[in-house]
Design a binder for this molecule. Structure first.
Ligand code: V47
Length: 389
């Protein structure tokens, strides 16, 4: 029997935050005004306490992870010059540009042969040579080699790009890709929806309404998806709240989102980082924890909040497990996008290290599938390991 969590509001020092805590305890939806308190209160531990309570109410002590592998088939992107926060993209003839052949993609996927990998997370640039046939061939080839592996692929921005270059509707593209093996969509490309922010950091990228429309269409077709917010650059608190409100509204309408993943901006090797004078200095731990906890509380119709350890370090992700987070980005294997932008973390994590990280936070590790169904629950402690490191 699971013990019902309780929320001790007497330990919250900020009175405004305490009032938000009361709303959470009574199951009342938070307003934009409440969200402002989440994003400005100096009482980080109080915020964490409320988010942890909301998380425990849904998930108890279980923390899930997926055995996944990231594959980026191309870094060629025609938005290279206008998405100024991105360090990964290249123009076709620029040094470092690459476009994998099918065989190169299949060679990269080789680690799935071990049977451990259960999900491919496939995203890339807006490459004019990466259309419907390219991705359909990749998905078909992967499914024929590894039928048990789930394909989570192509952000809304890439789906819209394929729709444009193939002169097909978004719906037809999604149906065709699903026939080829696509299972779900990842949450990238959302950045921050506010028009002003988008004009500054991603001028020519798919507009907010169109990003939402692609996910709505996917959900209507029964294709589940994730969503993200890229924080820590030029956005204001109001921009964050508007962004989360749009996500919460779509979730209310379709129920199609599986998880929310806040993404911490990395300023190295990109124009925006140079302009902001931020090279080498990523977001703060305080803001990382705040974004995760605020997501858990404001997005009350989301079951899962995921921390991406590659972006915020395994140590902060581990701490986040007490700040409203119930899922840890998985094994990953070979990450490129954030490493180009200055991430100093490893490019992948072993199963043993993931288990140790979760256990040392006093939680119970559980491997999940891509729909967040639990596949196996591990012991709270390993025989050879202390509960807390
Ligand atoms: O949309 C690009 C971000 C995203 C930088 O759905 C950057 O499970 C930080 O969405 N600093 C793609 N971030 C990755 C993504 C994702 C990651 C993990 C899990 C899931 C999921 C989705 O990467 C892009 C953009 O927001 N990004 N450049 C940068 N310099």
């Amino acid at each position: 029997m699971q013990i019902q969590p309780s929320l001790d509001l007497s330990r919250i020092t900020d009175r405004a935050l305490c009032a938000v805590g009361e709303k959470v305890a009574s199951g009342t939806r938070l307003s934009a005004g409440d969200a402002k308190i989440l994003f400005t209160s100096p009482d980080l531990l109080g915020l964490g306490r409320i988010a942890d309570y909301a998380n425990r109410r849904r998930h108890g002590d279980i923390v899930t992870f997926a055995a996944n592998q990231h594959i980026n088939p191309t870094n060629v992107c025609y938005l290279r010059k206008t998405c100024v926060f991105c360090s990964f993209a290249r123009l076709p003839k620029e040094e470092g540009a690459y476009h994998y052949t099918l065989d190169q993609v299949f060679a990269e996927a080789e680690s799935a042969a071990s049977g451990l990998t259960k999900e491919f997370h496939i995203v890339g640039g807006l490459d004019m040579k990466a259309g419907l046939a390219y991705y359909s061939d990749i998905f078909r080839g992967l499914k024929s080699r590894y039928p048990h592996v789930h394909i989570k692929a192509l952000t809304a921005v890439e789906i819209a790009h394929i729709s444009r270059i193939e002169k097909m509707s978004v719906e037809d593209v999604l149906v065709a890709l699903r026939e080829a093996g696509l299972d779900t969509l990842p949450g990238g490309g959302a950045e921050v929806f506010g028009r002003g922010v988008r004009m500054t950091i991603a001028d020519k990228k798919l507009a907010a309404e169109d990003w939402i429309a692609v996910h709505r269409t996917a959900h209507q077709l029964g294709i589940r998806s994730n969503c993200t917010m890229l924080y820590g650059h030029v956005e204001t608190i109001d921009d964050r709240i508007d962004h989360l409100t749009m996500l919460r509204d779509l979730q209310e309408e379709t129920g199609g989102f599986l998880a929310y993943i806040p993404l911490a901006y990395h300023p190295d090797n990109n124009e925006l980082g140079i302009e902001l004078g931020r090279q080498g200095s990523a977001t703060t731990g305080f803001d990382d924890l705040r974004n995760l906890a605020a997501g858990r509380l404001f997005l009350d119709n989301f079951e899962h909040v995921k921390t991406h350890w590659i972006m915020v370090t395994p140590f902060l992700s581990q701490t986040a497990l007490s700040f409203g987070v119930n899922d840890l980005e998985g094994t990953v294997v070979r990450e490129k996008i954030y490493h180009e932008a200055g991430a100093h973390t490893a490019q992948g994590m072993s199963l043993d290290d993931i288990l140790s990280l979760i256990r040392a936070a006093g939680k119970i590790p559980a491997e999940r599938d891509s729909f967040y169904r639990i596949l196996r629950v591990f012991d709270r402690t390993a025989a050879s390991e202390p509960v807390a490191a």
